[in-house]
Each structure stands twice: as structure tokens, then as C-alpha cells.
Ligand binder design. Structure first.
Ligand SMILES: NC(=O)c1ccc[n+]([C@@H]2O[C@H](COP(=O)([O-])OP(=O)(O)OC[C@H]3O[C@@H](n4cnc5c(N)ncnc54)[C@H](O)[C@@H]3O)[C@@H](O)[C@H]2O)c1
Length: 210
């Protein structure tokens, strides 16, 4: 933090990085977007131009190992999150990672513990935690208004399903149909599970992790 600001390296210059991550960092005067990196160099260049921030890179390993960055922000496709997050934690960086971190929950917990042991902060892209309705419900729980919640029933409702002619974007239509696809569970399922654990409590998760 030589400048007194957090210096951020953003991995991925795709749709979500541009819609949410980069604008979010830029709105916070405590942060500097120092690098935007995408394997497709032209996307990184384009994002740097679009946001007028940072320098562009196509080499995520070089970005992660830079000594002048405090935070690595991972907004790449889901299957890449885990190796990138491991590399970032091992390089001593705080990490904001899109969900899912990994496809095995033990990997996520192990990495979270590793980050904690190194004094690093980590956070997931659980956007729905910050919607006003969800925040209000949490405040009612905290105030004791609804007593102690023991059961959480969550369902996802999405405008994609209102028109049967519109294909669900969370389904990978090119995926091998012989292999179980996580689709919805990986999409909005993740924040629903997160909200349920946040509201009802996740104390039972600890003993499962070895
Ligand atoms: N939390 C939310 O509400 C929310 C919403 C939308 C998307 N997401 C998540 O965000 C992630 C990105 O989604 P998207 O729609 O932006 O995808 P996208 O395909 O538009 O963009 C991903 C970009 O990452 C780049 N990339 C791949 N590997 C890389 C690497 N090793 N280093 C640097 N760049 C790399 C790709 O070239 C691509 O441009 C996904 O995991 C998705 O699940 C989360």
C-alpha cells in the first residue's frame, strides 16, 4: 500500500468484471485498480481503455506474483477460480473470488484456513447479501424479531424463466449431457446456500473439515 490505497489486480475482463467488479473498485476512493488481466489481451486492453484505470496484462501468473499489489480479484470462468485463488494466497495476496472457489468444498475450506493462517482476508462474490431485502431480513433476525431460525427454505426466481422461448443462461448447452452438470446450483444456488447458512448459522460445518 505504498500510495496509502489498496492496489488491486483484477483477473478476467469479461462481462461480470466489467459490470460489477471493476466499477465497484473504482467507486471506492481507498482502492486503485492497478492491473486488469485477461488471457485475451485485447479484452484487458479494452477494459483499461473503458475504465481509464490500471495497466493491462495477459499473464495472470506475473500479476499474482507482483509485489506492489494487495488484492487479487478473480472474475474468471468458474473452473479457473481454484488454481488462481491458490496462487494468489500463496503469493500473500488478499483475495476476492467469484463463486464457486472450488468444486470440492473441502478445497475451499482448506484454502480459507491457509489464507487465515497467513493473515490474509478473503471474500466471495455473494452479491445477494447486499440487496436491501436480504439485509433487512438479516437485521430482523439479529434483533430477535423472528426468534431463532432453525430451518431455511430458499428458492430462486429469475426473469429468465418467464419466457419459455429464452434458454436458461445458467445451463451450458454445449456441456456433455452424460456428465452431471451443476448449472443452477453453481449459479444462483450458491448465494441461496450462502444466505441460508448466514441466517440460520453454519457452525456445523467445522467438524466436517479435516
Ligand atoms: N456473483 C454473481 O452474482 C455473479 C454474476 C455473474 C457472474 N459471476 C461469476 O463471474 C465469473 C466470470 O463470469 P463472466 O460472465 O464475466 O465470464 P466471461 O467469460 O465473460 O469472462 C471471463 C474472462 O476471464 C478470462 N480468463 C480466463 N482464464 C483467465 C486467467 N487465468 N487469467 C485471466 N483471465 C482469464 C476469459 O478470457 C474471459 O474474458 C464466473 O465464475 C461467474 O460464475 C458471478
Amino acid at each position: 500500500m505504498a500510495t496509502g490505497k489498496l492496489r488491486i489486480g483484477v483477473l478476467g475482463a469479461g462481462a461480470w468484471a466489467r459490470a460489477a467488479h471493476i466499477p465497484g473498485w473504482l467507486r471506492d476512493p481507498r482502492c486503485d485498480v492497478a492491473v486488469i488481466c485477461d488471457l485475451k489481451r485485447e479484452l484487458a486492453d479494452d477494459a483499461v481503455r473503458q475504465f481509464g484505470a490500471g495497466e493491462s496484462s495477459a499473464d495472470w501468473e506475473a500479476v499474482v506474483s507482483r509485489r506492489d499489489l494487495d488484492v487479487i480479484d478473480i472474475a474468471t470462468p468458474s473452473h479457473t477460480h481454484y488454481p488462481l485463488a491458490v496462487a494468489a494466497v500463496e503469493a500473500g495476496k488478499h483475495v476476492l473470488c467469484e463463486k464457486p472457489v472450488a468444486y470440492e468444498f473441502q478445497d475451499t475450506w482448506t484454502l480459507a484456513r491457509r489464507a487465515g493462517a497467513k493473515g490474509l482476508l478473503t471474500k466471495l462474490g455473494f452479491t445477494f447479501r447486499y440487496s436491501p431485502g436480504v439485509q433487512y431480513a438479516k437485521s430482523l433476525i439479529d434483533e430477535g424479531f423472528v426468534g431463532r431460525p432453525l430451518v431455511f427454505n430458499g428458492f430462486e426466481q429469475n426473469s429468465q424463466w418467464l419466457d419459455p422461448q429464452v434458454p436458461l443462461r445458467q445451463v451450458d448447452h454445449t456441456a456433455d449431457q452424460a456428465v452431471l452438470q451443476t448449472s443452477s446450483l453453481e449459479g444462483y444456488g450458491a448465494p441461496i446456500i450462502d444466505i441460508g447458512m448466514w441466517w440460520v448459522g453454519a457452525g456445523w460445518c467445522g467438524p466436517l473439515v479435516t
